[in-house]
Design a protein. Structure first.
Length: 240
């Protein structure tokens, strides 16, 4: 099942002109980063190692300009962004959901790495202002990524930790997932400052659930390690 998708249109590698545009965008990002933010971060992480290091500072400036809705001077990373797609060819990138698992499906056969990275960054800049800053933070996180393009990357981009066997819902909506894991009343979120769950309530429920999960207090020995890992990650998501 496709949960997010982006088409990046670009000039052919041998073309004398260097152009980038955007096609189909299915990038759900509310609440951020959502599946859309994870896909954009994945595209960047998948290609960033092939970008000239001297161009990375300009890439970071571009993320700030787009995040703030400022005028964007052209070209960037030696490519010019345009609205029309005439004469350009597409690359299609998707984030797939397989039950509880997520995976990337990148089109690496056509465009060059700089074209794909620029497409992802410009797409992030097209998102609604309410989610744009959070998604752009994910993009910047991806610029610094040096690991494999796998589940650990997805977890890191989603902000729910690294190397955790968590559900797809945890990546789509980390806060709601964490509230559910700790057994908190969803209404408690509105009682915190800025919509955050009160710290004391998170700590109280964490201690209660941790005790219940421990085999010495009746928890299942087979499931204890996974349950404790989930509780610990849920507390980290809510408390930062």
């Amino acid at each position: 099942m496709v949960v997010a998708e982006l088409e990046v249109y670009h000039s052919r590698p041998i073309a004398p002109t260097r152009r980038v545009s955007l096609g189909k965008m299915n990038l759900p990002a509310d609440p951020p980063p959502g599946f859309g933010g994870i896909l954009l971060g994945g595209i960047v992480a998948n290609n960033i190692a092939e970008i000239d290091p001297d161009l990375v500072p300009d890439l970071m400036r571009l993320t700030t300009e787009l995040e703030e809705g400022r005028r964007v001077p052209q070209p960037r990373l030696r490519y010019r962004y345009q609205e029309d797609k005439i004469g350009l060819q597409p690359s299609r990138h998707r984030l797939l959901g397989h039950g509880e698992e997520l995976s990337f499906d990148f089109d690496d056969d056509n465009g060059l790495p700089a074209q794909q990275v620029l497409g992802a960054v410009y797409a992030a800049g097209r998102l609604d202002r309410s989610v744009r800053s959070a998604v752009m933070q994910v993009v910047r996180r991806a610029v610094r990524w040096e690991g494999d393009i796998d589940g650990e990357l997805i977890a890191t981009l989603a902000g729910v930790g690294r190397g955790r066997p968590l559900s797809a819902f945890a990546f789509e909506n980390p806060v709601s997932w964490a509230i559910g894991v700790l057994g908190l009343d969803p209404a408690v979120r509105g009682k915190g400052n800025g919509g955050r769950v009160p710290r004391g309530e998170v700590q109280r429920k964490f201690r209660e659930e941790l005790m219940s999960a421990h085999p010495d207090h009746g928890g299942s020995s087979d499931d204890a390690a996974q349950r404790i890992a989930e509780l610990t990650e849920a507390r980290r998501v809510l408390l930062g």
